[in-house]
Design a protein around this ligand. Structure first.
Ligand code: PLP
Length: 287
């Protein structure tokens, strides 16, 4: 890219979207130890939560099946038919749709107990898969990244719940800095959520880290026409497929910052491609 040459930056993309045809991206790292724990604790099924285009639900349906576990997806909103849910069903996931008001209760223990009584016993994985076990899997990813790119100065990661970022921080080595790009509007609460996830995992951030609160471009899942244009242009310019909700927003914000000289000359910067490409099916890219 002429822009990166002009700014004297070495920019790399870590393609976790290419680790597997079905469970692309960060979700596999987050699920791995959860599924292992479910099996070790003698569960035959796992239960989790998500929206109707959730990358987490999609990855869970496939990976639970590959672990020989049944899966139940509690899906926010009215019953719908879409390619993500069709995949999940095909991979054996049982889907339960619940209205948005009830879905907001998902952190309430009483509500969860009622849910369990209804759907049956199962190993519960939180929304987005973010818990202490998730951090362990992502820590392995971080070690791999730094082994492959020892000279890395800055690593960028898109954030939803912050579980992936917390896992990266828990395993960072040396002088790397990690930048999180929340895709939710007003995501300042993530500072605390990330600290809590680290605490729950008995870990600490091993490097400096920041959150860029200007990367939401309208908010979670909002793909306005300006963002759609920016997203498709980034894919063209860099010849890399990006998902509409996460990686396209991280990369859009990154390019803006490069123009503003946010990174010192000579830096090696890596963007974590967290996958989620199945979510491209939620947006009509032909129009
Ligand atoms: C879920 C997801 C994220 C965010 O991960 P968190 O651990 O929830 O912060 C980032 N990118 C993609 C593509 C995702 O699917």
């Amino acid at each position: 890219m002429p822009l990166f040459t002009e700014k004297k930056l070495r920019v790399l993309m870590v393609r976790t979207d290419q680790i597997h045809p079905q469970i692309s991206g960060n979700k596999w790292y987050k699920l791995k130890y959860n599924l292992r724990a479910a099996r070790q604790q003698g569960y035959s099924r796992v239960i989790s939560f998500g929206g109707a285009y959730s990358n987490h639900i999609h990855a869970l349906a496939w990976s639970a099946k590959s672990f020989g576990l049944d899966s139940i997806g509690i899906i926010r909103g009215e019953s719908v038919v879409n390619p993500m849910l069709a995949d999940a069903r095909e991979w054996g996931m049982q889907l339960h749709f619940i209205d948005r008001a009830s879905y907001r209760e998902r952190h309430n223990p009483d509500w969860v107990a009622t849910l369990r009584a209804k759907v049956g016993a199962g190993f519960l994985i939180p929304e987005g898969g973010s818990n202490a076990l998730a951090l362990r899997g992502v820590a392995e990813l971080m070690a791999g990244v730094q082994n492959q790119i020892p000279e890395l100065n800055v690593l960028l990661c898109a954030c939803g719940t912050g579980g992936t970022l917390a896992g990266l921080l828990s395993a960072a080595k040396g002088h790397v800095r990690v930048e999180g790009y929340p895709v939710l509007k007003g995501a300042g609460f993530l500072y605390q959520d990330i600290e809590q996830l680290l605490f729950a995992a008995g870990a600490e951030a091993q490097c400096l880290w920041t959150l860029d609160l200007d990367a939401h471009y309208g908010g979670y899942g909002k793909i306005n026409s300006a963002h759609k244009e920016a997203w498709l242009r980034l894919e063209q310019d860099h010849q890399i497929p990006l998902d509409p909700v996460y990686t396209s927003k991280m990369m859009r914000r990154f390019i803006e910052k490069v123009h503003q000289n946010a990174y010192p000359k000579g830096s090696t910067v890596a963007l974590l491609h967290t996958g989620g490409l199945q979510g491209r099916r939620s947006v009509d890219v032909s129009a």
